[in-house]
Ligand binder design. Structure first.
Ligand code: NAD
Ligand code: 3PG
Length: 525
C-alpha cells in the first residue's frame, strides 16, 4: 500500500481522499527540514503547499518518493530539476485557487487605495480621523497586469467590472486572447509608463525575478501603486522601499515577500504598505478545491499511473494508463536492447509507431524507450528525466506514426544511429499485453526478452547451433529458449538464447571464439 505524507497545513479533505483510496497517510505540518529529511524515505508521495521546501537534499533522502503534489499553483519551493533527476513526478493544481487569489489581489488594491487597514486601526482606537484618510477612485484608472495567465486574466475581468482600463504585458499572450479578455496588450515599458496601478501575476523564474526594481520604478508614473499577490522575489524590496521613501510609489499592497515567513521586513511599519501573510489562496473554497484535487491526482498516479497536471512529465489519463503500461514495458525493453548494443556515442533515435499503438498517447512510451536506451550508459536515468537527458546530450528524437499495421497489428520499431551507423529493433504485444521482439536489424526473429540472454550475430553455416549449445552445456548453463533468424539461407543470421543463469565472461569469450560467430553479447532485461 502506498504511503503519503502531508507536510503542510491542508484541508482534511486531502487526508480523507487518500484514506478512501486505500493509501496510508501521515499528516505532519510544520516539520523542520531536518525532521522532513529524516522521515521522507518512508513515503511514496509528499503533499505540500508553499511552506515545505523540497530541496535537492530532501529529494536525495527520498528514496521511495514517486510524486510531489502541490496543493496550489506556485512550485518555486520544489527543486524541479532535482525531482526529475530522481524520477519524481511534480504536480500542482493550476486552477483550484486562481479565483480566490485574483479576488485577494483586487481586495488588496481596493484596501490600499482607500487606506482601509490604517483607517480600520484608527477607528478601532477610537480616533475617528475622518479627515486623515483620503482615497483614490478606481473608475477610469489604468491597471497594468504583468502576467496575463489564469489569475491575471481573472484580475483583468474583475477590474473591468470596476470600470478600470486594463493593459497587460505577457510575452505568451496572443493578440486574440488579449482581445477576448478586453485587455490591451502592451510592452513592459509602456505598461510602466501608463499604469496607475501595477499588479503582478507571473511565476517566479529566472526571467521574472526582480522584474520590478530600481530601473522599472524610474519608468513608472509618479504616485503609482503596486500590488504583488504572486511571489516576493518579483519585486526588489529595497528598491520598493526607496521608491516609497522618494514618493515615486504612493502605495504597495503585498501578500508575498522575498523571505517567508516574513517576520521582519524593511517595508513593515509603513502605513502606505498593506501587507498580508501569503493569504492569496486562503479561502475555505480554494483550500477545499486544491486539497481534493491534489489528493485525487496523487492517488491516481500512485494507484494507476495516471498523470494529471504534472510539471515535469507528459500527462497520462486514467483511461490511457492501463493501455500504455504494456507498451511502455515493450518500449523500455527495445530501448534497452539497442542501448546494450551501443558501442559509441548515440546521435539520433527514430521511433516508428505502427498500427494500434500509433493511436495512443506515445509521449510516455517514447520516454520509457529512452529510459531503456540510456540506462546502460547512465544509471540515474528514469522515465521523468530521460527526454531531458537525451536533449542535453544532443541525441535527436524523432517519432513517426502510421496507423497502417505492419506484419503485426501493432508495432514499435526503434532505430538508433551512432558514429558507426545505425541499428534497429522492433517489437509487438502478443495476447494484448506481452512484449515480444519481432526483428533485429530487419531480420525477423521472435523472442520474449528475459533476465539473462545471449545474443549472437553469425554466418548461417551448419554446425553453428550445435557449437553454441555444446559450449553452454559444457559450462553447466541451461538453455531456456532458443530463437533464430536470418536474412537468407547461408547469409548473416542472429540468435537469441535465454539462459537460466548469468553468463560468465569466460563462457562468453568461448562463444565469441566459435567458428562463424561475428559477435556475441550477454544481455539482461
Ligand atoms: N499569493 C498567493 O497565495 C498565490 C496564489 C496562487 C498563485 N500565486 C502565484 O501566482 C502566479 C501566477 O499564477 P497563474 O495561475 O496565473 O499562473 P499561469 O501560469 O496561469 O500564468 C502566469 C503567466 O505569467 C506569464 N509570464 C511568464 N513569464 C513572464 C514574464 N517574464 N513577463 C510577463 N508575463 C510572464 C505566463 O505567460 C503566464 O501567462 C503563480 O506562479 C504563483 O506563484 C500566488
Ligand atoms: O502558489 C500558490 O498556490 C499560492 O502561493 C498559495 O500558497 P499556499 O498554498 O501556501 O497558501
Amino acid at each position: 500500500m502506498p504511503k503519503v505524507l502531508i507536510s503542510d497545513k491542508m484541508s482534511p479533505a486531502a487526508a480523507e481522499i487518500f484514506a478512501s483510496r486505500g493509501i496510508e497517510v501521515d499528516v505532519k505540518p510544520g516539520m523542520t527540514p531536518d525532521e522532513l529529511r529524516a522521515v521522507i524515505g518512508a513515503y511514496d508521495g509528499l503533499a505540500i503547499r508553499s511552506a515545505t521546501k523540497v530541496t535537492k537534499d530532501i529529494l536525495a533522502a527520498a528514496t521511495n518518493l514517486r510524486v510531489v503534489g502541490r496543493a496550489g499553483i506556485g512550485v518555486d519551493n520544489v527543486d524541479i530539476p532535482a525531482a526529475s533527476a530522481h524520477g519524481v513526478v511534480v504536480m500542482n493544481t493550476p486552477f483550484g485557487n486562481s479565483i480566490t487569489t485574483a479576488e485577494h489581489a483586487i481586495s488588496l488594491m481596493l484596501s490600499m487605495l482607500r487606506q482601509i487597514p490604517a483607517a480600520n486601526a484608527s477607528t478601532h482606537a477610537g480616533k475617528w480621523e475622518k479627515n486623515r484618510f483620503m482615497g483614490v477612485e478606481v473608475t477610469g484608472k489604468t491597471l497594468g497586469v504583468i502576467g496575463v495567465g489564469n489569475i491575471g486574466a481573472i484580475v483583468a475581468d474583475r477590474a473591468q467590472g470596476l470600470k478600470m482600463k486594463v493593459i497587460g504585458f505577457d510575452p505568451f499572450l496572443s493578440p486574440e486572447r488579449a482581445q477576448d479578455l478586453g485587455v490591451e496588450k502592451v510592452e513592459l515599458d509602456e505598461l510602466f509608463r501608463r499604469a496607475d496601478v501595477i499588479t503582478l501575476h507571473t511565476p517566479l523564474t529566472d526571467g521574472t525575478r526582480g522584474i520590478i526594481g530600481a530601473d522599472a520604478f524610474t519608468k513608472m508614473k509618479d504616485g503609482v501603486y503596486i500590488v504583488n499577490c504572486a511571489r516576493g522575489g518579483l519585486v526588489v524590496e529595497k528598491d520598493l522601499k526607496a521608491a516609497l521613501d522618494s514618493g515615486k510609489v504612493a502605495g504597495a499592497a503585498l501578500d508575498v515577500f522575498a523571505e517567508e515567513p516574513a517576520k521582519e521586513n524593511a517595508l513593515f511599519g509603513d502605513e502606505r504598505v498593506v501587507a498580508t501573510p501569503h493569504l492569496g489562496a486562503s479561502t475555505v473554497e480554494a483550500q477545499e478545491n486544491v486539497a481534493l484535487q491534489v489528493a485525487e491526482q496523487m492517488a491516481d498516479y500512485l494507484l494507476t499511473g495516471a498523470i494529471t497536471n504534472a510539471i515535469n512529465v507528459p500527462s497520462v489519463t486514467a483511461e490511457e494508463a492501463p493501455k500504455l503500461k504494456p507498451y511502455m514495458k515493450l518500449a523500455e525493453q527495445l530501448g534497452s536492447f539497442a542501448g546494450q548494443l551501443a558501442e559509441t556515442g548515440l546521435r539520433g533515435v527514430t521511433v516508428e509507431y505502427s498500427g494500434q499503438v500509433a493511436t495512443l498517447n506515445t509521449r510516455p512510451i517514447t520516454a520509457a524507450l529512452l529510459t531503456g536506451l540510456l540506462r546502460p550508459l547512465l544509471d540515474s536515468v528514469n522515465m521523468v528525466n530521460a527526454p531531458i537527458v537525451a536533449k542535453e546530450r544532443n541525441i535527436s528524437v524523432t517519432e513517426v506514426r502510421s496507423d497502417k499495421a505492419t506484419d503485426f497489428q501493432t508495432q514499435i520499431k526503434l532505430t538508433v544511429s551512432d558514429e558507426r551507423g545505425g541499428r534497429s529493433v522492433a517489437g509487438t504485444l502478443i495476447a494484448g499485453n506481452r512484449p515480444r521482439l519481432v526483428s533485429v536489424e530487419d531480420v525477423a526473429i521472435e523472442a520474449e526478452l528475459a533476465e539473462n540472454m545471449l545474443f549472437v550475430v553469425n554466418n548461417d553455416k551448419p554446425g553453428f547451433i550445435g557449437g553454441v549449445g555444446r559450449t553452454l552445456g559444457e559450462s553447466g548453463i541451461n538453455i531456456a529458449s532458443f530463437h533464430l533468424g536470418r536474412q537468407a539461407p547461408g547469409a548473416r543470421a542472429i540468435c537469441l538464447i535465454e539462459v537460466d543463469q548469468p553468463l560468465r565472461e569466460a563462457v562468453l569469450k568461448q562463444v565469441q571464439g566459435l567458428p562463424n560467430v561475428i559477435t556475441a553479447l550477454s544481455l539482461s532485461f
